[in-house]
Design a protein around this ligand. Structure first.
Ligand code: SF4
Length: 367
């Protein structure tokens, strides 16, 4: 099914990860990204820090500025509210918008934001400065939200809240990334239900640009430290089900830094490896380093596939149509992209930062 639509092309998005704030109003039992104001070195990254990372990414050949941040920290922490007020912003979303604008003005990178659940107005605020946005559905299981579940203290993880954001994004025609977090206590039927919910959204709005099937990895010093993880068979089965339920056209992705060897998912039907950074680490799974891009190119070739660099929005949303992205951004994408909507010019082996997990990088240390 994958080959019918995608052939033997497997894409990835060269990116930098910009953790604008690690403060969050929620507490998910598996999360190591979130920090309290006391733990955080700084409450928000300042504009100079954002630009420094974005420029390092540009130099290393990236085109995606992935903004990942905690959910509405100003609702829980007076420190966050004060920081925003002191800097002239009414909310984290407004500060995020300003940082997206800055990256667009100063670099060749395209923002893709993941700020959690959003209202219609918040989505409208970010749409003009993002080529796509994302929100992991994770699961539609209500059980995970009950006492003792991983989402008990995370109101934004309620399936209804997440489905509503995904629905609003569809109404506003925003290319959207979503997906499942596999192995957090859901059943096999729950995974099918979640895939069917995504299928329903896609049939109604056509805005689901990709579906990530991500395996939960238990982290030390979290309440789920001792929880069992999804088996390889469960992951392969879920990837294959995603391909079958969502069809040949859907972009199905597995992060390549969370399974070894990562290429087992090719035969289950994926066609994308998601964002890979030659500059910044994976802040959500800090223990997992990215594969070296130049090695991936060879590994794909050895297996009969071609690895291609894409933008944080897939070609089908800007090459043939212009109703899904702000006109200025469509223009910029078309000017930059090759005739198929990719960009393959960068020599990844020539990049001084190629393959770095950057735990050793100067920029990373400063972050
Ligand atoms: S909402 Fe996101 S950042 Fe916040 S605790 Fe949950 S996983 Fe972590």
């Amino acid at each position: 099914m994958r080959d019918q639509s995608k052939g033997r092309i497997v894409s990835f998005s060269p990116k930098v990860f910009i953790p604008l704030t690690r403060l969050c109003r929620d507490f998910c039992s598996y999360c190591v990204f979130r920090q309290s104001p006391q733990q955080a070195e700084s409450l928000y990254m300042n504009p100079e820090e954002v630009l420094e990372v974005a420029r390092a990414g540009q130099q290393a050949g990236c085109r995606e500025a992935l903004f990942v941040l905690g959910e509405r920290p100003e609702q829980r922490y007076p420190e966050a509210r004060k920081w925003l007020e002191d800097h002239g912003f009414t909310s984290t979303i407004h500060y995020l918008k300003a940082m997206c604008e800055l990256v667009l003005e100063e670099t060749r990178l395209f923002p893709h934001s993941n700020p959690g659940t959003m209202t219609e107005r918040e989505l409208q605020t970010l749409r003009p400065v993002n080529v796509s946005m994302g929100l992991m559905l994770e699961s539609t299981s209500e059980h995970l939200y009950q006492p003792g579940g991983p989402h008990e203290h995370a109101p934004s993880k309620h399936p209804r809240a997440r489905l509503r954001t995904l629905e609003l994004a569809g109404e506003l025609k925003i290319p959207f990334t979503t997906g499942l977090l596999v192995g957090i206590g859901e059943t096999a039927q729950d995974r099918i239900d979640a895939l069917e919910a995504i299928q329903d959204l896609q049939q109604r709005f056509g805005h689901i640009q990709e579906v990530i099937i991500q395996n939960f990895c238990a982290k030390p010093d979290t309440p789920m430290e001792q929880s069992s993880e999804a088996t390889r068979e469960e992951m392969l089965e879920t990837v294959a089900l995603a391909r079958i339920l969502l069809g040949p056209e859907m972009n199905v992705q597995v992060p390549p830094n969370l399974t070894a060897p990562y290429w087992i998912y090719l035969e289950a039907g994926i066609n994308d490896w998601g964002g890979i950074s030659p500059v910044t680490r994976d802040y959500v799974n800090p223990e997992a380093s990215w594969p070296q891009i130049v090695k991936m190119q060879q590994q794909m070739k050895d297996r009969g596939y071609q690895l291609r660099a894409r933008y944080p929005v897939y070609p089908e949303y800007f090459m043939e149509r212009s109703d899904f992205i702000a006109p200025e951004l469509v223009k910029r994408l078309r000017q930059e992209a090759d005739s198929e909507g990719y960009f393959d010019g960068h020599n990844w082996s020539g990049s001084p930062l190629s393959g770095a997990t950057t735990s050793d990088s100067h920029r990373e240390m400063r972050l």
